[in-house]
Design a protein. Structure first.
Length: 307
C-alpha cells in the first residue's frame, strides 16, 4: 500500500487504479482515458442530434471538466449555449476557445451571427433582377423512381427559371447529389432548364451534395470558382432559412431567396429560437466539428472530392 501511494496509485479490492495528484491540493484524482473522453463527446453529440440541447450541454460540461482544452467541445458549448440563450456560457466558451484556437472561435462567432441573419431571410416567390455577379443557386429535392423530378424539385426548377428570366445575366448553379436509374439529379435539373429555353452555358453543376450542410459547403467552392459575389437561393419555403444560414456560415453572401409557393403562408414568419435547432445542427457540420469521434468518419458536411 505504501509503495502504491508513493507512485500515485490507489489500491482496491479488485485492481490498481491509475491516479494523478492535483498540484493545487493534496487530493488524489482518477485519470480519464482517451476512450472515456471520446465516449463523452459522442454522447453529447448524440443528444444534440436528437435535439436535446440541455442534455447535450450537461454532457459537454462533464467532458470539459476532464479536458478543458477540447476545442471541438468548446465550439459546441458556445453554439448550443447561444441556442439556449445563455449568453454568459456562450461568451465563456468563446473566451476559452480564443486562447486555444482563435480561427475556430472566429468561425463559431460568424456562425452565430449567420444564424441570426439567416432566419431573417424569408420565402419570397417573386423573382427580382440582379446583376451577373449575383448567381442563382437552386437546391435539388430528389427524383422519382423513374428519374423524373419530384413535385418539389419541379417547383424549385420553375422558381429558378422565373428568377433566371428576370436576372438574365446571372449564372445558375444547380446543387443536387441524388440519382435514380443512373440519371444524375443535377443533370436532370439542367436538362429541364435547357428544355425551357435557358442556355446550357449559363448552367453549372455541383453533383455531390447529399445534405443541406453539404450543399452549402460544396456550393461555396463552386461559387468562388465562378466568381459570384453573392447568390440568390432557390429552395422550398420550409427550408429557406436553414439554407440561408448554412450558406452564410460557409462564407457565401446571400442576396435573397426565391422559393416555390408550396407551404408559403405557414413559413412566412421567422421561427422562434426553440424552433431553430436544425440551424444549429447544420452549423456544427458546416463549421467542421466531428459528428462522432473514434470512427474515422469525417465531419458530415464534408465529403471526399470527386476524382
Amino acid at each position: 500500500m505504501a509503495a502504491a501511494a508513493a507512485i500515485g496509485m490507489s489500491t482496491g479490492a479488485v485492481a490498481l487504479i491509475p491516479t494523478v495528484m492535483n498540484p493545487a491540493s493534496s487530493a488524489v484524482m482518477p485519470t480519464v482515458s482517451e476512450a472515456d473522453l471520446t465516449a463523452m463527446f459522442n454522447a453529447a453529440q448524440d443528444e444534440f442530434g436528437r435535439g436535446n440541447a440541455t442534455a447535450g450541454l450537461s454532457k459537454l460540461r462533464t467532458l470539459l471538466a476532464a479536458n478543458p482544452r477540447d476545442t471541438d467541445a468548446l465550439a459546441l458549448q458556445a453554439l448550443w449555449s447561444d441556442y439556449c440563450a445563455d449568453r454568459k456560457a456562450t461568451q465563456s466558451a468563446l473566451t476559452s476557445l480564443d486562447n486555444l484556437d482563435r480561427a475556430l472561435a472566429h468561425r463559431v462567432r460568424d456562425s452565430i451571427a449567420a444564424i441570426d441573419a439567416g432566419v431573417r431571410i424569408g420565402p419570397d416567390p417573386v423573382p427580382r433582377y440582379y446583376p451577373q455577379t449575383t448567381g442563382i443557386v437552386v437546391l435539388g429535392a430528389g427524383l422519382r423512381p423513374d428519374g423524373s423530378p419530384t413535385d418539389e424539385t419541379a417547383s424549385r426548377l420553375f422558381a429558378a427559371w422565373t428568377q433566371a428570366i428576370i436576372a438574365y445575366q446571372s449564372p445558375i448553379l444547380i446543387s443536387a447529389g441524388g440519382s435514380q436509374h443512373g440519371r444524375a439529379e443535377a443533370a436532370v435539373m439542367r436538362d429541364w432548364l435547357v428544355a425551357h429555353a435557358l442556355p446550357a452555358s449559363r448552367i453549372h453543376l455541383e453533383s455531390r451534395a447529399q445534405t443541406l450542410p453539404q450543399h452549402a459547403s460544396l456550393a461555396a467552392e463552386a461559387v468562388r470558382g465562378l466568381s459570384m459575389r453573392e447568390v440568390v437561393l432557390v429552395t422550398s419555403p420550409d427550408e429557406i432559412r436553414r439554407a440561408a444560414s448554412a450558406f452564410l456560415i460557409a462564407g457565401v453572401p446571400v442576396a435573397g431567396a426565391t422559393t416555390s409557393t408550396r407551404n408559403l403562408v405557414t413559413n412566412a414568419a421567422p421561427p422562434s429560437k426553440v424552433n431553430q435547432k436544425s440551424l444549429y445542427q447544420d452549423a456544427t457540420q458546416v463549421v467542421g466539428i466531428p459528428a462522432e469521434r473514434g470512427t474515422g468518419i469525417a465531419p458530415r458536411a464534408f465529403i471526399k472530392p470527386a476524382a
